[in-house]
Ligand binder design. Structure first.
Ligand code: DP6
Length: 332
């Protein structure tokens, strides 16, 4: 099954035609996985081995404009700067756009505004491909359901499948070969006192992309099967913690899940390590604060930065220990 087969199934011939308006515009929030997606059962379609669950950051993400233009090739502008066509970023976007180039002479003009550090493990590809998918839907006026849009966004980046909604979102791994059962949907539960903060140590691009790193983990870690079992178990625990609003179970499950993902990466060969010395120092500080009674937990993606998880009641205490953070209220 190819990406183009999936697009043909979702967009039948009568929908593969001219734009309905001059420009499409859409915003998509970035998301932080609390139970991670790490490893694909199908690399062409970005089908995950396990289901995952994330939380959206309401005001942080990507605002994308798309239109067809007269030029001889696609043009991608990120935060006001034109992206060179030999970069990985450009190639991934152009490859995604090929799926929607219903006439070979069409070239797209894409303008993305992101208010998060790009490629620093802050899910820039997630909100980028999610907002591009929504902007294309706007441009062509496709009458699609969110389930189908989630499948299309996944073809750009797995985690983008989850970036179409606010709040808690679960991406079902699905089991079918064509991935038509592999899409995300929002949970109805909210948690108004929940806070998130990004503890940033570096905005440098990561040494190895999450795409390559997860594939290397699947191929070389002897622990990979354990990760699959652990992630499956954590998802059930996390949903229970959200349902019952049990914060220590919530934070503990998210933190343990992230550490298990990184442990699995470390057990790959050659080893994959996103920790910087500052990352480890902050972990030790968080563990010591927790021993002193502060309900503070973290998660970490494919980069050195930590994302802190805590409740409103502890926001000022957390800010006292980490003055550089901005406290984000997820359900505001
Ligand atoms: C650590 O979605 O960026 O953030 O599907 O290859 O584009 P591709 O990977 P990507 O990986 C995200 C990995 C993660 C965990 C997560 O978001 O679930």
């Amino acid at each position: 099954v190819k990406k183009s087969d999936v697009v043909r199934a979702i967009l039948p011939l009568h929908l593969r035609k001219e734009p309905a308006q001059a420009q499409g515009l859409a915003f998509a929030p970035t998301n932080i996985a609390l139970v991670k997606y790490w490893g694909k059962r199908n690399t062409e379609l970005n089908l995950a081995y396990t289901s995952s669950l994330s939380i959206a950051l309401p005001d942080q993400g990507a605002l994308t404009k798309v239109n067809l233009h007269e030029g001889k090739q696609d043009q991608v502008v990120l935060n006001g700067n034109e992206i060179a066509n030999n970069t990985e970023f450009f190639k991934r976007i152009a490859e995604f756009l090929n799926l929607f180039r219903f006439q070979s002479a069409w070239h797209f003009n894409i303008d993305i505004q992101m208010n998060i550090p790009v490629a620093a493990g802050l899910a820039s590809s997630a909100c980028g491909f999610a907002s591009l998918t929504l902007a294309l839907k706007d441009l062509f006026a496709w009458p699609l359901r969110f389930q189908e849009l989630s499948i299309l966004a996944r073809l750009g980046s797995g985690s983008a499948a989850r970036s179409l909604w606010q709040g808690f979102v679960e991406w079902h791994s699905g089991a079918s070969a064509d991935g038509m059962d592999s899409y995300a949907e929002p949970l109805t539960a909210t948690w108004p006192s929940l806070c998130v903060a990004i503890l940033a140590f570096s905005d440098q691009a990561k040494p190895i992309s999450s795409r390559e790193a997860m594939q290397a983990t699947v191929n070389s870690s002897a622990l990979y099967q354990c990760w699959v079992q652990k992630a499956t178990h954590d998802l059930a625990l996390l949903k229970q913690a959200i349902h019952n609003q049990q914060f220590p179970l919530f934070g503990g499950t998210a933190e343990s899940n992230a550490l298990n993902m990184h442990a699995t990466m470390l057990s790959s060969w050659p080893p994959i390590c996103y920790f910087l010395p500052a990352t480890l120092a902050a972990m030790h500080e968080i563990w010591s604060l927790r021993q002193q009674g502060l309900e503070l937990y973290f998660t970490e993606d494919a980069g050195p930065n930590l994302k802190l998880l805590f409740l409103e009641k502890d926001a000022s205490a957390v800010k006292q220990h980490f003055p550089q953070i901005e406290v984000l209220r997820v359900f505001e």
